[in-house]
Write a protein that binds this ligand. Structure first.
Ligand SMILES: *[C@@H]1O[C@H](CO)[C@@H](O)[C@H](O)[C@H]1NC(C)=O
Ligand SMILES: *[C@@H]1O[C@H](CO)[C@@H](O)[C@H](O)[C@H]1NC(C)=O
Ligand SMILES: *[C@@H]1O[C@H](CO)[C@@H](O)[C@H](O)[C@H]1NC(C)=O
Ligand SMILES: *[C@@H]1O[C@H](CO)[C@@H](O)[C@H](O)[C@H]1NC(C)=O
Ligand SMILES: *[C@@H]1O[C@H](CO)[C@@H](O)[C@H](O)[C@H]1NC(C)=O
Ligand SMILES: *[C@@H]1O[C@H](CO)[C@@H](O)[C@H](O)[C@H]1NC(C)=O
Ligand SMILES: *[C@@H]1O[C@H](CO)[C@@H](O)[C@H](O)[C@H]1NC(C)=O
Ligand SMILES: *[C@@H]1O[C@H](CO)[C@@H](O)[C@H](O)[C@H]1NC(C)=O
Length: 483
């Protein structure tokens, strides 16, 4: 009985927390290589098969493509829609997705597996919607392998200028027998003030430069990281309507936090305290602003370190860094209580960051955007870390010598040729060490247990199970998500 009570409470918490404040005009979820409609855990939407669908014209160059189900050699993990099937081809194929003109999220889903006689280790291909190149010579095996995973989702923001988006998949011509494939495509519309600016006058701080940077609607973005600092994983259903997922902390550690120093996670505040007076309430879920990381209570100690996160990115692009802030601490009442410096990629981005001053009050969600150019190549590394470091201010400016951060989003901006693609990571040595293997097994069994409990005990209450699954997952801080 108590189990049910526990569950009901979790579900209630989830339902209250997951407010969807934006209703997208376009919400297309395509399960490539299948026929019919499917749903999956944690997702209230229906995924439509592309066979005989209006999104996949089956004549012309598309005729050569094959629909196949995935053969996946790891039987301990259950794959879900849209990963279970794929469309693939040794020649080019194109999806034509009718949309309303305007900015869109495009999410692409890939699973490293065998598709009939095609092993995804031989897949090298590009993905080009309209005039953009999102991926080029892309290898899912190398990309997911570097993260010790089998599946991944890549998210982009692209503006549709016409009433359809043509998404072209083409195998790399320089690699013999290369093929292109795709498991799932998602297209969701967004308002222009989410990531594109409304007016021509709203430039973004260009770190290290005097004049601001303007992002126009012909810029395509690739999401590199989206983190709920100090909080837990937020699933697409818990987002504000855009179906974004937010990474959360694992055990007590924030991902990407490299210099935690003596930092703390302040108590999560009640969501009813939040006042969306500075930004629209769909910018980020309330959970992002309810939690944070601060430097800690030791005023002297805080001056001795920079609270630092490092995010892996590719060389040769401009990046847009969005920092989410909300002053949630009881003892911070006014401006100059908590004033700090922000360094991005070791350059000063903000000399006097004062959240209470920016928002004119407490409990008011807010964000700041920065553009950072990362062009210098050092030591031939393929990847580099983009750092975000917070440094406490000294003296009268800052009563507590402290700093706060609630959330981070990092996007790559397309280059002058409309390209966003970076190189593939190098193959990683196989056979993870025994301790890592143990960790992987533990995570898997955690998930299997959750699924078993859910299907056994509450199989009749499908919706509740869906919500409960994610709440439980969030509560247990399972990182290895399907998104
Ligand atoms: C899938 O669902 C849509 C919308 O509910 C419906 O129009 C379509 O006929 C369904 N497709 C199949 C193959 O059942
Ligand atoms: C793109 O921006 C231009 C200039 O601001 C504007 O005229 C046009 O309507 C925008 N197009 C779309 C599809 O948003
Ligand atoms: C695909 O090929 C790779 C490398 O040759 C191999 O390690 C892997 O097991 C193969 N996958 C399947 C599902 O056959
Ligand atoms: C914090 O970062 C700034 C800028 O990179 C640097 O000048 C300063 O020495 C750092 N402070 C500490 C304690 O590492
Ligand atoms: C802010 O208010 C709290 C509670 O009223 C108080 O304890 C704290 O000392 C105040 N902080 C400052 C810097 O005045
Ligand atoms: C980036 O930071 C991570 C975590 O500190 C580290 O393991 C990795 O080697 C760094 N990568 C580069 C290219 O410096
Ligand atoms: C991004 O790509 C578009 C399309 O090719 C291009 O018009 C735009 O100038 C590019 N942006 C930058 C910053 O080069
Ligand atoms: C494609 O990727 C592979 C693996 O990373 C690399 O060896 C090859 O040089 C790349 N080809 C091109 C044309 O970039």
């Amino acid at each position: 009985m108590s189990f049910y009570l526990f569950f009901t409470l979790l579900i209630l918490t989830y339902v209250i927390a997951g407010g969807q404040s934006y209703k997208p005009k376009d919400g297309i979820t395509l399960d490539c290589g299948s026929f019919g409609n499917y749903t999956r855990l944690g997702d209230t939407r229906s995924w439509a098969g592309d066979i005989s669908s209006k999104f996949f014209p089956s004549e012309g160059e598309n005729k050569e493509s094959i629909a196949s189900s995935a053969t996946f050699d790891d039987h301990t993990v259950t794959m879900e829609v849209p990963y279970t099937t794929a469309r693939l081809s040794l020649s080019e194929f194109t999806y034509v997705i009718p949309v309303t003109p305007g900015p869109k999220f495009i999410r692409l889903y890939f699973l490293s597996a065998r598709y009939e006689n095609y092993n995804s280790s031989k897949a090298f291909f590009s993905v080009e919607p309209d005039e953009y190149t999102l991926l080029s010579n892309f290898s899912i095996d190398l990309t997911a392998g570097a993260l010790r995973r089998k599946y991944l989702m890549k998210e982009f923001c692209v503006t549709a200028f016409r009433s359809s988006l043509k998404i072209k998949f083409s195998p790399s011509s320089l690699i013999p027998d290369a093929f292109a494939f795709i498991n799932g495509i998602e297209v969701v519309s967004m308002p222009t003030d989410l990531y594109y600016l409304k007016g021509a006058h709203d430039g973004i701080t260009f770190v290290g430069e005097k004049s601001p940077y303007f992002i126009s609607n012909n810029t395509a973005l690739q999401m590199m990281c989206r983190v709920d600092i100090g909080g837990s994983f937020i699933s697409p259903n818990g987002d504000t309507g855009f179906c974004r997922s937010w990474e959360g902390k694992e055990r007590e550690d924030d991902l990407y936090l490299t210099i935690p120093g003596s930092s703390l996670l302040p108590a999560e505040i009640d969501s009813t305290k939040l006042k969306f007076t500075k930004i629209p309430d769909y910018i980020a879920p309330v959970q992002v602003y309810q939690t944070a990381r601060t430097m800690g209570n030791d005023k002297e100690g805080n001056k001795k370190y920079n609270l630092t996160w490092e995010f892996p990115v590719d060389w040769g692009f401009n990046y847009r860094v969005r920092l989410h802030f909300c002053e949630i601490l009881e003892e911070v009442n006014s401006t100059d209580n908590r004033n700090f410096r922000i360094f991005i990629a070791n350059k000063i981005a903000e000399e006097y960051a004062d959240v209470v001053e920016w928002t004119v009050g407490k409990y008011i969600p807010y964000f700041r955007d920065y553009i950072v150019p990362l062009y210098e190549v050092l030591g031939g590394e393929k990847k580099l870390n983009l750092s975000v470091a917070l440094q406490a201010q000294d003296g009268w400016l800052s009563a507590y010598a402290n700093a706060i951060l609630n959330g981070v989003e990092i996007f790559k901006l397309n280059d002058t040729k409309g390209n966003l693609a970076g190189p593939n990571p190098d193959p990683i040595p196989q056979d993870p060490s025994p301790s890592q293997q143990e960790e992987i097994e533990a995570k898997k069994s955690d998930r299997t247990t959750i699924i078993a409990i859910l299907s056994g005990v509450v199989s009749s209450v499908v919706l509740l199970a869906v919500l409960g699954f994610f709440t439980l997952r969030r509560a247990r801080k399972v990182k290895d998500s399907l998104y």
